[in-house]
Write a new protein. Structure first.
Length: 276
């Protein structure tokens, strides 16, 4: 229940947020006032936001693909650009497109809050969903978001905790793996640098270490004709393409100028459908 009427004028909240550098101060003020149960609660929420805590951590949720996704403190905040990854995966994995059958099998690697998996479950009918993250805090959060879809969330390093029976059955492997080069971590906004787990940001010296590991094992898990979809940056996309091709996948690049998003898609060849 929101504070109504608030003894703290909305304009005062906006002024504090704007002074702290919040670009969308009006929108944030509305959300914080709506989330507060008491005037003291509102003050505490605004204080946390002014101190630099990400808005999603203050509220406890993020809007993603039309869903309200729980985001606990210390968990990577889903970015709006990653909605493009979801749209690409959904287009390739609907019942008419899924190579393994009418119930598409989706694996969300480096799942964080589970936002991508939850959004795909909402977009696809009867998806068989699995998600993995190495961070126990993220796994706990993802289980809350994915439980309603009947999905399973595993704690571990990439493919290691997945059921072996999934090998060769996965229609879509989606990976929003960390892709920030180690030396660039210090250039990130404080909200990310100070409040999100380093393991969700740091992609190694060139930002592509985790992507390489994802691509190397992907052909063993994908169904023939299945797809690996990797979010990356526009500058890194040529290297990501090369990595997927080197591991036997047929790569292509999809971009969204509106979301400033780049996704590289690698398809496992469906040899049974090739002539000869």
């Amino acid at each position: 229940m929101s504070v109504s009427p608030s003894p703290v004028p909305r304009s005062a909240v906006v002024t504090r947020l704007r002074a702290a550098g919040c670009v969308f101060a009006e929108d944030e003020a509305r959300l914080l006032i709506s989330a507060a149960r008491t005037p003291a609660d509102l003050t505490a929420l605004v204080d946390r936001r002014v101190a630099g805590v990400p808005l999603e951590h203050v509220l406890g949720w993020a809007e993603f693909c039309g869903l309200r996704v729980a985001v606990d403190p210390g968990v990577f905040v889903p970015r709006r650009r990653t909605e493009f990854l979801v749209r690409q995966a959904a287009a390739l994995t609907g019942p008419a497109a899924a190579p393994s059958g009418p119930r598409p099998v989706v694996v969300d690697l480096c799942c964080g809050s589970g936002a991508v998996g939850a959004a795909l479950a909402a977009a696809l009918d009867g998806v068989e969903l699995y998600a993995v993250d190495i961070d126990p805090t993220a796994v706990r959060c993802a289980r809350r978001n994915i439980a309603a879809a009947g999905g399973q969330v595993y704690a571990g390093d990439l493919y290691e905790p997945l059921p072996p029976a999934l090998r060769g059955r996965v229609d879509a492997l989606v990976a929003n793996a960390p892709y920030v080069p180690t030396e660039a971590i210090g250039l990130l906004p404080p909200e990310a640098r100070l409040h999100e787990p380093r393991v969700a940001l740091d992609g190694g010296s060139d930002g592509l270490d985790v992507q390489r590991r994802v691509a190397a094992a992907a052909p063993r898990w994908l169904a023939p004709g299945g797809h690996l979809l990797v979010e990356t940056s526009e500058l890194q996309a040529p290297q990501t393409v090369e990595t997927l091709a080197r591991n036997g996948l047929i790569p292509r690049v999809a971009r969204s100028a509106a979301l400033n998003a780049t996704v590289v898609i690698g398809t496992r060849p469906n040899l049974g459908n090739q002539p000869g």
